[in-house]
Design a protein around this ligand. Structure first.
Ligand code: TRP
Length: 335
């Protein structure tokens, strides 16, 4: 038996922000240092097409996300880092799995149901603007996972259902054709912070309230100054637990620094002072990677070479497995 595999995908839309950093990138890079496991991290560019049909954005975002992970210290000698679209076996497997996936299972997908509900509320046809891509999204995601027989799938809570569907699909395939797939499990890290954005709602590209990871210092300061606070004056006690400033502080600070800031809030630290310290803390953590990030953006061929290397490694697993699977379903040379 080989090592246990951890796998996760990153959809290539938008510019990575502090919420992505704290919630996904930082823990994934840390986990990839554990040599008892094999980590597979990939850019889910086919998934991106479901949400975004702007070719320039897809292309730009793929570079920005790859450069962010590399600049922040992903060790690609250890982790396998690749682009979904470089692995043709994944789309091939998507079809094999589609033929083992109950349509009724896909009907239950939260993402699809939410889109239908929105249409109904707007008085539209239930399927208005819903593509087959959105509907079959969980099958593509199942192929991503099952292609590499990964057991542990670190995801956000919104993705748990998709991992469970991958498991259902794997079970059905195994039951019908034989034991080809490891059954995957979603791994949810409760210690990972869900960051609030500038307006106090969850930091998310869809709310336009994000702080991108790699802003220049001036811009970073500006964004932090925009974080919504209340009108309490310096000297008036402030509630740390309802403050986005405190919450972001906590995601970057040591335990001691967090406790000290909690005391400062109770003692009425001025918002301006708290934000100034927050800027310094966040900047200190990100500044070393920022330079490397800028270099990589200017040298996309470097990023490209790393991803191609990753694809070669990934395909060492996917090519032999797809051969077995084709043969399992009855597709193989006649003589
Ligand atoms: N759907 C995931 C998201 O939006 C990204 C993703 C695609 C993924 N394929 C995956 C995550 C496979 C884990 C495993 O966050």
């Amino acid at each position: 038996m080989g090592k246990e595999r951890i796998l996760t995908g990153i959809t290539t839309t938008g510019t990575p922000h502090l919420g992505n950093y704290v919630g996904a990138i930082r823990p994934a890079i840390a986990a990839s240092k554990n040599t008892d496991v094999e980590s597979f991290y990939f850019l889910a560019d086919y998934h991106a097409l479901i949400k975004c049909q702007d070719p320039e954005e897809i292309h730009r975002s793929t570079l920005e996300i790859a450069a962010s992970w590399l600049a922040l210290g992903l060790d690609t000698d250890h982790a396998v880092f690749y682009r979904q679209s470089d692995i043709p076996e994944i789309t091939e497997l998507t079809w094999l799995l589609s033929c083992m996936t109950a349509k009724g299972l896909m009907n239950r997908s939260h993402a699809y149901k939410a889109a239908v509900q929105q249409n109904e509320e707007a008085g539209e046809d239930a399927d208005f603007a819903i593509t087959m891509g959105l509907f079959s999204y969980p099958v593509l995601m199942a192929a991503d996972i099952l292609m590499f027989n990964a057991r542990q799938i670190p995801v956000g809570r919104d993705q748990i259902q998709h991992v469970e569907m991958a498991r259902d699909i794997a079970q059905r395939f195994n039951h019908h054709y034989g034991e080809y797939f490891v059954l995957p499990e979603a791994v949810i890290d409760d210690n990972v912070a869900l960051l609030q954005g500038l307006d106090g709602r969850k930091m998310s590209k869809s709310y336009g309230n994000t702080i991108p990871i790699f802003l220049g210092e001036k811009q970073l300061k500006k964004h932090i100054n925009k974080i919504k606070t209340n009108l309490l004056e310096p000297g008036e006690p402030k509630d740390p637990d309802s403050s986005a400033v405190f919450q972001i502080w906590q995601a970057f600070a040591t335990r001691e620094q967090t406790e000290a800031m909690r005391v400062d809030f109770t003692n009425g630290i001025a918002w301006g002072e708290a934000k100034k310290r927050l800027f310094e803390l966040v900047n200190a953590e990100l500044a070393p990677a920022r330079e490397r990030y800028e270099e990589l953006l200017k040298a996309p061929q470097e990023v490209e070479a790393i991803l191609r290397q990753g694809a070669i490694r990934a395909r060492q697993s996917s090519q032999p497995l797809i051969e077995k699977l084709r043969s399992a379903v009855g597709i193989s040379a006649l003589a």
